[in-house]
Design a protein around this ligand. Structure first.
Ligand code: GAL
Length: 901
C-alpha cells in the first residue's frame, strides 16, 4: 500500500469513528408484526398483564406480547403507517362518526391492536442515548422495550418519544411492543386506529441537541430588505461529563449557499439539564417564503466537544416571511395582501384510511393547490410532521389546531407539544386553540379558558396568531376575547354585526360550506343516498359554496375562508346514516376525484384560464326535457353549443357562474370561453355509448411518485374514447408480488367494498375442549376459505405432541408455527391437538392456556371492485413505475399491475 492510500485509510477510519458519535435517525416503518388483542378478557389479549407481578409492579415485567419472549410469528407482517380499520368490514352497529367500521368502540375484538418489532442494536452503540420516536398513534398507546414499560400516550394526535437507553440489549435483537387501545373516540369523525404515522429510532451522543430543541424566529423588516433570524438552541446533557462545547450554527440560503457560520462556546454543566443558547444572524435581501414560491433556508446546528470532535448535528428548514392580519384590511403575507382560500380536512383517504404516507400527502395537497387553494386548516387536531413539511415545500398556509380545550396539565402539555414540535414551519400562521366547544364558547368559562390558553401560547410563541372556530352566535363569550375571530358558518350569526362591534379584532371564516354533493350525481336520490352535485343551499341555516365565497370575497376585513371540506372523509355521513359511510361535504370525493364545486372554487381562486361544464350529457329517456347546464369559468364570456348550434353567449358575473336550461338532445354539449372577445378555452360533455374499455392513468405527479406511491385512476371509456359518466362496472385486479396495493376505492359514499386488496383475516381460537381424561384436545370446527394461506400457532408454554387437521397429522413438533397448505383445508375444519403434558388443564388459574391464531390471507374475489360513476382508484406502493394493463375478455375487465401470469 502506498503512503497516500494508507493516509486516506487512516483518515477514513478516523472520520468513521467520529461519525459514530453523531446522531442517526432511522425510520423504522418496515417489518412490524400486528395482531388484534382483546378489550375484554385476558385470554383474548394474549394473557397480557395476568402475571402475579405486572409491568406496573416491577420494572421489566411486561408479560404476554409485552415480554420479549413472546412468539409473534403467526402475527400479520405489516409496514407503517398502518390503520387497522381499513381491514375491517362495515357494520350498522358500529359508530357513524367512525364510518361504521366494525372496530373500536363496541367491538372488543377489534379495538385493541398489538404491534411488535425486532430492532438490532449493535455493541458499538453502547454509550449513546437511544430513543424511539412516534409521530402519532391512534390512540392510548402503551410501549415496552424488552419488557420494560416506557409509558402511555393517550392522545391519538401527539408525537412522543421514549429514551430506551438503559433497557437496550447491545449486540442483540431488542423487542419493541406497542399496545394500542382505540376503544374510545376523540372526535366525531373517522380517526383510524393503530400506528398510523412514522416511527424513528434515534441515536445521539449523551450531550446532544434536544428533540424539538431548535427554535428559529426570522423577523423581517417592513421594507423586506433585511431579516434578523433569531435562533435558540437547546442542548441537553444526558451523560456525566462536564465540559466546554462549541455550538456551531450555519445558515444556508434556499440555493444551498452558505451564508453565515457562528460558533458559540458554552460550558455544559449539570447532568440531566438543558442549556439554552440564544443567537441572532442577520440576513440581507432575504429570499422570501410565499405561497407561489415557497423558498426555504436551512440551519445546520453542530456541537463539538473540547477536542473539536463532532458530538451532534441537526438540520432544520425554515422560511423568511412576515404575516399580518389587519382587522379591517385582511391578511398580508410579506406585506402583500392575499385572501386565504382554504379548506378544512380530516386525514382519511380511500383504501388507506388515516395511514397517509408522504406520497399520499403530496398527492392530496397538490390536488388542493390545483384547485387554487393556498390555505389549510388541520381540523381538529395536530398534523403530522411530514404533512407540515409538505405544506412548507408546496406553499400552503396552515392553521394548526389543538384537540381539546382546557387549562389542566394534560391540555397544556398537548398545546406545548404541538407548538414546540412545529415551531419552525413557515407554513403555520396561526394556532387554533379549539373548535366549537359548545359548553364554553358562548359563556364566561370559555372566556376564562381562552384567556388562559392564549396567555400560555404567548409564552411559547408570540410570532403567530391564535384563533378558534366559533359557532355560538358571535355575540357573547369567546368571540370577544379570541385574538383572531374564527367564524364557523354564516348561518350561525351576524358576521357583519360582530365586525362592527369588534373593529380591532382580525377575523376569518374558519368553516363555511358543509354542502352535500355526490360526484357525478345530478338528481338527489334519497333512497340510494346520493346527493346532487349542483351547488345549492344544503340546510336552512347553511349556504352554498358560491354564497359562502361571495360573502367572504366581498368583505375586505375578512382574511379569508376555509371551506368544509376539501376531501370527503370517512364518518359523519350527514344528511344520511347507514348505509352511507363517508361524508358528503368534500369538494372532492374520498379518492380526490373532483366534484363540480371544485371547479367553482378553481374559477375564482386561481388565475389560469379555466372552463368547466356540468352536468354530464347521458340523459337517455329525458329527450326534450329541460336540463340545467352550468358553466364555471374565470373568462369574460361563455357561449354554449348543443350539437354545433349556439345557445347564446353570456357574460360571466364575478364570483358566480352561468346557466342555461337546455332541452335534452343526445350528442355534444360544448362551451367556449372568451377573453377579450377571443375563444381561449373549450370544454364539452358528450353522450357516450356503453363501456368499451377501462383506461388506466397515473394521477399523481413525479414528486409524489418519488415517495414510492403511484395513484392509478381507472376510467370507463366507450369505444370512441368518450368518458362514460354513469358506469358502475365491476373489475378484477391481478398484481405481481413486486407491487403492493395499499388500497382501492371509488368515492361512492355508500360503498362497502373492501378497501384492502389483500385482507388478512385473523381468527383467534380459544374454545378448545379436553376430549378425554388424558391428553386430547379438540376444537370442533372452524371455517376456512379455499383461497387462504393458513397458519396455526400454539402458546409456547404448551407442550404439543401432534396436531391433526381433518384427521391428518400436520406436524409433530412441540410448539410453534404450522403452515398448512390449501389442499388440506375444507370449508369446515377440525383440529385435534395431542399434548405430552398429561396433567394439563385448560382455562383454569395457574394452568396452561391453549390458544391458536388462524391467519388467512384473503384476496379480493373476482369482480368485487367496481367503478362509481365511471371512476375508481388503486393506490400502489412501489420503488419503480408499475407496468399497468387493462384487458377485457367477454365483458370481464381485468386490470393487471406488473407482470402477471
Ligand atoms: C361543524 C364542525 C365540523 C363538522 C361540520 C359538519 O360544526 O366543526 O367538525 O362536523 O360541522 O357540518
Amino acid at each position: 500500500m502506498k503512503f497516500n492510500s494508507l493516509f486516506f485509510v487512516l483518515i477514513f477510519v478516523f472520520f468513521t469513528s467520529v461519525v459514530h458519535a453523531q446522531r442517526t435517525i432511522d425510520k423504522i416503518d418496515k417489518d412490524w408484526r400486528f395482531a388484534f388483542g382483546g378489550a375484554i378478557g385476558t385470554n383474548e389479549d394474549y394473557g397480557f398483564s395476568s402475571a402475579y407481578f405486572s409491568y406496573l409492579a416491577k420494572a421489566g415485567f411486561g408479560d404476554g406480547p409485552a415480554s420479549s419472549k413472546f412468539d409473534d410469528r403467526s402475527w400479520q407482517r405489516i409496514q407503517l403507517p398502518h390503520d387497522w380499520m381499513t381491514q375491517l368490514i362495515f357494520s350498522p352497529n358500529a359508530s357513524p362518526s367512525h364510518g361504521y367500521k366494525a372496530g373500536g368502540k363496541g367491538f372488543a375484538n377489534h379495538s385493541i391492536g398489538w404491534y411488535r418489532k425486532n430492532i438490532f442494536i449493535p455493541k458499538a452503540d453502547k454509550g449513546k442515548i437511544i430513543s424511539i420516536k412516534f409521530d402519532g398513534v391512534f390512540r392510548n398507546s402503551k410501549v415496552w422495550l424488552n419488557g420494560f414499560y416506557l409509558g402511555n400516550e393517550e392522545s391519538g394526535y401527539n408525537s412522543f418519544n421514549y429514551d430506551v437507553t438503559p433497557y437496550v440489549n447491545y449486540g442483540k435483537e431488542n423487542v419493541l411492543t406497542v399496545r394500542v387501545n382505540a376503544t374510545e373516540e376523540e372526535g366525531w369523525f373517522y380517526e383510524g386506529a393503530g400506528i398510523y404515522r412514522d416511527v424513528y429510532l434515534v441515536k445521539t451522543n449523551p450531550i446532544h441537541i434536544k428533540d424539538d430543541g431548535i427554535f428559529i424566529t426570522p423577523q423581517l423588516n417592513k421594507a423586506l430588505t433585511h431579516s434578523e433570524v433569531n435562533i435558540k438552541n437547546i442542548i441537553t446533557n444526558d451523560g456525566a461529563s462536564h465540559q466546554k462545547i462549541t455550538v456551531e450554527n450555519t445558515l444556508y440560503d434556499p440555493n444551498g449557499t452558505l451564508l453565515k457560520n457562528v460558533d458559540t462556546i458554552v460550558a455544559i454543566g449539570k447532568v440531566l439539564s438543558d442549556i439554552s443558547i440564544p443567537l441572532s444572524i442577520s440576513v440581507d435581501n432575504p429570499q422570501l417564503w410565499d405561497t407561489d414560491n415557497p423558498l426555504l433556508y436551512s440551519l445546520q446546528t453542530k456541537i463539538y466537544d473540547n477536542n473539536h470532535v463532532l458530538l451532534d448535528s441537526t438540520s432544520e428548514h425554515f422560511g423568511i416571511r412576515s404575516i399580518f392580519m389587519d382587522p379591517t384590511k385582511g391578511f398580508f403575507l410579506n406585506g402583500k395582501h392575499i385572501k386565504l382560500k382554504g379548506t378544512n380536512n380530516h386525514q382519511s383517504h380511500a383504501g388507506v384510511g388515516t395511514a397517509l404516507n408522504e406520497g399520499m400527502i403530496y398527492y392530496r395537497l397538490q390536488k388542493l393547490k390545483a384547485m387554487g387553494s393556498n390555505a389549510y386548516r388541520g381540523s381538529h387536531y395536530p398534523l403530522s410532521p411530514v404533512f407540515l413539511d409538505a405544506c412548507d415545500r408546496l406553499g400552503i398556509l396552515v392553521i394548526e389546531e389543538n384537540r381539546l380545550m382546557g387549562i389542566n396539565p394534560m391540555h397544556l402539555r398537548n398545546v406545548r407539544k404541538m407548538i414546540e414540535r412545529d415551531y419552525n414551519h413557515p407554513s403555520i400562521f396561526s394556532w387554533s386553540i379549539g373548535n366549537e366547544e359548545w359548553m364554553i364558547e358562548g359563556n364566561n368559562k370559555g372566556v376564562e379558558i381562552a384567556d388562559y390558553i392564549q396567555n400560555y401560547i404567548q409564552t411559547l410563541d408570540s410570532s403567530r396568531y391564535m384563533t378558534a372556530g366559533l359557532s355560538n352566535g358571535f355575540k357573547v363569550g369567546m368571540s370577544s376575547n379570541i385574538q383572531v375571530m374564527g367564524y364557523n358558518y354564516l348561518g350561525n350569526g351576524d358576521i357583519q354585526d360582530h365586525y362592527e362591534h369588534h373593529q380591532l379584532q382580525p377575523s376569518m371564516g374558519t368553516e363555511e360550506g358543509s354542502t352535500f354533493a355526490t360526484r357525478g350525481i345530478y338528481k338527489t336520490d334519497s333512497l340510494k343516498q346520493y346527493e346532487s352535485a349542483y351547488d345549492r343551499k344544503p340546510r336552512p341555516s347553511f349556504y352554498s359554496i358560491e354564497e359562502g365565497w361571495y360573502y367572504y370575497a366581498k368583505r375586505e376585513y375578512l382574511s379569508g375562508v376555509f371551506f368544509w371540506t376539501g376531501f370527503d372523509y370517512r364518518g359523519e355521513p350527514t344528511p344520511y346514516s347507514w348505509p352511507s359511510v363517508t361524508s358528503y361535504f368534500g369538494m372532492m370525493d374520498l379518492c380526490g376525484f373532483p366534484k363540480d364545486d371544485y371547479y367553482y372554487l378553481q374559477s375564482w381562486w386561481q388565475s389560469k384560464p379555466m372552463l368547466h361544464i356540468l352536468p354530464h350529457w347521458n340523459w337517455v329517456g329525458s329527450e326534450s326535457k329541460n336540463i340545467k347546464v352550468v358553466t364555471y369559468s374565470n373568462l369574460d364570456e361563455v357561449e354554449l353549443f348543443l350539437n354545433g348550434h349556439s345557445l347564446g353567449k353570456k357574460e360571466m358575473p364575478i364570483n358566480s357562474h352561468l346557466y342555461w336550461n337546455v332541452p335534452y338532445q343526445k350528442g355534444v354539449l360544448s362551451a367556449a370561453g372568451y377573453r377579450n372577445g377571443n375563444i381561449v378555452l373549450r370544454d364539452s360533455v358528450v353522450t357516450s355509448g356503453p363501456v368499451d374499455h377501462l383506461d388506466l392513468q397515473l394521477e399523481n405527479d413525479s414528486l409524489s411518485q418519488s415517495k414510492g406511491i403511484y395513484v392509478v385512476k381507472v376510467k370507463a371509456l366507450d369505444k370512441f374514447g368518450y368518458f362514460v359518466p354513469d358506469a358502475k362496472n365491476s373489475f378484477t385486479i391481478k398484481n405481481s408480488s413486486q407491487y403492493k396495493i395499499l388500497g382501492v376505492g371509488n368515492g361512492d359514499p355508500t360503498s362497502h367494498a373492501p378497501e384492502n386488496y389483500d385482507t388478512i383475516y385473523q381468527q383467534k381460537v380459544l374454545n378448545f375442549r379436553k376430549l378425554d381424561s388424558t391428553l386430547h384436545f379438540v376444537i370442533n370446527s372452524f371455517s376456512a376459505n379455499n383461497s387462504c394461506i393458513f397458519t396455526i400457532y400454539t402458546d409456547s408454554s404448551f407442550k404439543v405432541k401432534t396436531i391433526m387437521l381433518n384427521g391428518k397429522m400436520i406436524h409433530s413438533k412441540s410448539t410453534g408455527i404450522f403452515e398448512v397448505s390449501n389442499e388440506l383445508l375444507k370449508k369446515e375444519n377440525s383440529i385435534r391437538i395431542v399434548s405430552y403434558d398429561r396433567n394439563v388443564k385448560l382455562g383454569e388459574q395457574n394452568s396452561h392456556t391453549l390458544r391458536m391464531i388462524i391467519q388467512q390471507k384473503i384476496k379480493l374475489k373476482e369482480n368485487q371492485l367496481s367503478l362509481f360513476n365511471g371512476l375508481a382508484q388503486i393506490i400502489i406502493q412501489s420503488e419503480q413505475l408499475p407496468k399497468l394493463e387493462s384487458v377485457k375478455t367477454k365483458n370481464v375487465f381485468t386490470l393487471s399491475i406488473g407482470d402477471v401470469k
